[in-house]
Design a protein around this ligand. Sequence first.
Ligand code: ADP
Ligand code: MG
Length: 502
Amino acid sequence: MTFKDFNLKQPILQAIDEAGFTEPSPIQKEAIPLILAGNDIIAQAQTGTGKTAAFGLPMLNMMRGDGSVEGLVIVPTRELAMQVSDEIYRFGKNLGLKTATVYGGTSYDKQIERIKQASVVVATPGRLQDLLQGGRIKLSPKFVVLDEADEMLDMGFLDEITAIFEYIKNEDRQTLMFSATMPPQIRKLAEKILKDPKTVTITKSESTNTSIAQHYYVVEEYERDDALVRLIDYKNPSKCIIFCRMKKEVDRLASHLTSQGFKVGVLHGDMEQRQREVAIRGFKSGAVDIFVATDVAARGLDVNDVSHVFNYHIPFDSESYVHRIGRTGRGGKSGEAITLVSPNELRTIKRIEKDVGTKIVTQSIPSKSEVQSGKKDELIAQIASTKITEHAIEIVKTLQHKIDIVAIAHMLASMLVEKQEIKGKEKIGFKAEDVEKLLQKAIAGRDDRNRRGRSGGSRGKPSFNRSRNDRDGDRRGDNRPRGDRDRKPSGGQRSNKPKSDK
Ligand code: ADP
Ligand code: MG
């Protein structure tokens, strides 16, 4: 099947071609014909499966281009607003359709100006509600899309979304809802805003990106830094993202890696919008090749050519695992996801493996001498393929007066070797062969505690076996909305939604 089979307009097909898409993804195959036929839809598919084009292409195809705002896309965060807007612009530009991006923290006037010229508005809920409520803009779009609906509800945007639909005056609008998960609140919202929706579900096996190789390495708690540096040396990622649980850890790890000579950028929820944009641009352009980030800040981040994702710590739940690893292997490219796991976390990685439905394979961290001999081969190949320059010939001529030619060669090779010296101890972490034994021990340890009648075998070791109840306990401890988790508490007042969106 190709995109031609959808009977899309020529300028759109041309844009798809320019984007390099050859075959529609599973969600696109199912959703596009239903949308073109005029249906409301509720679609569930994991991240990285091409949802933007799944709603963007048919929506653009059906637009008249009459100068009014015909399409409205509501997304949870500013980053996503910019990303989705870029993608839609790229498919619509050959038709002369303009997009406007609307989010909090920037000037109202400029955004209003752009909305007046746009056919598609991509907006975050808070700012959009603000504009509609104040009567600064009026919208009656034919198409309304809720993208990442579950994420928006998690962030506490239900009120805003409900309010927005009060202001949209269009009886025969077509509404499309996209979500990675379908909890009951989502279904309830869907009942309210959708008319006879068709359901599209792309199952896990179809949507888990099979081009991502998934590995885990078992290390002692204190070995994490060494393990990470060794693996970066060994894997040689062209671009990678390292996920941490906390902002504090992001900062510490970033300065550690910088001191090891890597080009490092950071992304976390405490950063100003401008700083984030600059950071993301630096990563996209290759000015930095390692990005250290928190989950929340990197949600939905779409950067091409991320070859590796590292989980410095295992994420708490399977959903964030899927979101994190989905930052690599994008657009049909292959990628690798690597998770560092302490013996205490073995049960968690096993649970995630089961939830996600793919195999996560354990491996041993290569020893110093293994990495060094790998580097040696690389170096030999590199030297053998280097072009000889005039300037180099002159330098050797000068040296030859004083030093024997073989000694010169040894000296030059030493210079190169020194540059890529592998640091750290010879052996790091547990051997893959021993992991099964560790796992048995972890399970036996838990049974033991239960037999002795202690309630909650995981108590005191929270990461050992996090049951759903453990997690709810965490939430009670920190019931800021998800999007705010890695932000500083804002003053004394606890807000129910991210303020920055206003
Ligand atoms: P989602 O919203 O499901 O997380 P996106 O819409 O952000 O996924 O798409 C992920 C990436 O895959 C983007 O870089 C997008 O350009 C690319 N992509 C989408 N559809 C296709 C396709 N049919 N062929 C190749 N690449 C695609
Ligand atoms: Mg998306």
